[in-house]
Design a binder for this molecule. Structure first.
Ligand code: CMP
Length: 144
């Protein structure tokens, strides 16, 4: 899988340019992106796997505080792009993330952890097609 999905969270939008530069510096390319102010119910659907977790409500509130940047990440010769991109993100909790990772650099706490990235090929396909159409991505997601 040489595509993955990323979302820059409201708390990190002021660092958008730096985050995008860091992503490109790691050899990823950005083939589509758009800014959107998500509604509570869009976030609830997007993160439905977490709906029974204690942090779910707080997480949905954080993600609806302001606009987010939705990003399609691509690697020409990538085979494990979701995994490699997650390495650049660092641990979910910025306090546990390795120095230099995006969450260590731009995250505030576990809820406001700067950037989301799909955790597998299956998630990437679901998350990309949740926010982007084939014509925006430039790929037919059903080929993956
Ligand atoms: P993300 O990778 O976007 O996926 C789900 C989000 O839930 C996660 O990043 C965190 O920002 C948020 N979250 C808040 N509390 C927790 C927690 N205790 N464990 C995991 N994720 C959490």
């Amino acid at each position: 899988m040489n595509l993955t999905f990323s979302l820059i969270k409201p708390g990190a939008m002021q660092h958008c340019e730096e985050i995008l530069m860091a992503i490109k510096a790691e050899g990823f390319s950005i083939i589509a992106m758009k800014t959107q102010h998500l509604t509570f119910s869009q976030v609830e659907i997007f993160y439905k796997e977490h709906r029974d977790k204690s942090f779910f409500h707080e997480m949905c509130e954080g993600l609806t505080q302001g606009p987010v940047l939705l990003v399609v990440i691509h690697e020409k010769k990538g085979i494990e792009t979701p995994l490699r991109f997650r390495t650049l993100l660092g641990a979910t909790n910025p306090k546990e993330a390795l120095p230099g990772t995006l969450r260590a650099r731009f995250g505030v706490d576990i809820n406001s952890n700067a950037v989301h990235g799909s955790d597998s090929k299956i998630s990437a396909i679901r998350e990309l097609s949740f926010f982007f159409s084939g014509i925006e991505i430039g790929f037919d997601i059903t080929d993956y």
